[in-house]
Write a protein that binds this ligand. Structure first.
Ligand code: FES
Ligand code: FES
Length: 173
């Protein structure tokens, strides 16, 4: 069975025709060439494929393309022009938060969701927001510091306890 799904991708109206249960990750990489969205585990465990769906961080390997009908998808490439994400990328560079780089696009998207939801520079809140993203290189300290720095650079207040925004990742059902 084939179906045409229409949605917004990085600000543009697009359509994809194919099996409705095909995962969004493959559609993004193979049909649209957005290879910044990485294939890691394919099982929703590593966060390498994280994208924004209506502003929430989701793992694209678990999202059937039919579920994005009429919705707004943003990949790491779509964040390039966003001033907040520019700050985030700069902080990643300056803090040495990327080593092999495989996890970095997913981390940036999850961090963008966290900051976009009003997240501040509280370490435990940042760790919670990035809990769905695995990194085998950095030990996470520099990544957390980079996100905290981006939050602080934007003058966000320190948050703690119940003020924390929810974890950046959401599973589509
Ligand atoms: S590829 Fe690992 S969570 Fe999607
Ligand atoms: S920088 Fe290599 S997995 Fe994170």
């Amino acid at each position: 069975m084939s179906r045409t799904v229409r949605f917004r991708l990085n600000g543009l109206s697009v359509e994809s025709t194919g099996p409705p249960m095909r995962c969004l990750l493959h559609v993004l990489r193979e049909d649209f060439g957005f290879t910044g969205t990485k294939y890691g585990c394919g099982e929703g465990e590593c966060g390498a494929c994280t994208v924004l769906l209506d502003g929430d961080a989701v793992t694209a390997c678990l999202v059937p393309v039919a579920q994005v009908e009429g919705r707004d998808v943003v990949t790491v490439e779509g964040l390039a022009g966003d001033p907040e994400c520019r700050e985030l990328r700069r902080a990643f560079l300056e803090e040495g938060a990327a080593q092999c780089g495989i996890c970095t696009p997913g981390m940036l998207v999850a961090a963008a969701a966290y900051l976009g939801g009003g997240g501040g520079n509280d370490e435990s809140a940042i760790r919670e927001a990035l809990a769905g993203n695995l990194c085998r290189c950095t030990g996470y300290v520099r990544i957390v510091e980079a996100v905290a720095r981006a939050a602080a650079d934007e003058g966000r207040p320190e948050r703690s306890g119940t003020e924390r925004p929810a974890s950046g990742h959401r599973r589509e059902s």
